[in-house]
Design a protein around this ligand. Structure first.
Ligand SMILES: [Zn+2]
Length: 122
């Protein structure tokens, strides 16, 4: 399952960040997911819930920001959102379009809970 391996990489990164920040736990993990990333948000969510405990991240909630598919027209330079996978320029109907955004599977940020003892020194 493609989603599981992506989620493992993600959890690895999050666990490393938690250690670097000497936090107690991770509360939220926000990711950006584009329609061309080839993964299903629902499958990512369930893989996350299944795998998080293996990384001592069972408290973490995954928040998925689904981002639009955007393209640029090579003929007129227009930037537009592609809807229903219609790869044509909105303005000039050219089919010479280049996808500029939409294949992301990217960690945006995480929310770390610090141990109460650390607050004074932080
Ligand atoms: Zn155009």
């Amino acid at each position: 399952m493609h989603e599981a391996s992506l989620v493992r990489t993600l959890l690895d990164k999050v666990a490393t960040l938690l250690k670097e920040h000497q936090g107690e736990a991770v509360e939220e993990v926000c990711i950006e997911l584009g329609p061309l990333s080839g993964v299903e948000p629902l499958l990512v969510q369930s893989a996350f819930e299944m795998l998080a405990p293996q990384y001592s991240l069972s408290d973490a909630k995954l928040i998925i920001h689904e981002i639009p598919l955007e393209a640029k027209c090579r003929d007129c330079g227009a930037l537009f959102e592609i809807k229903n996978f219609r790869f044509r320029c909105e303005l000039c109907e050219s089919s010479a379009v280049q996808v500029v955004r939409g294949d992301e599977f990217r960690l945006l940020n995480i929310t770390i809970r610090q141990a109460v003892d650390n607050e004074a020194s932080a």
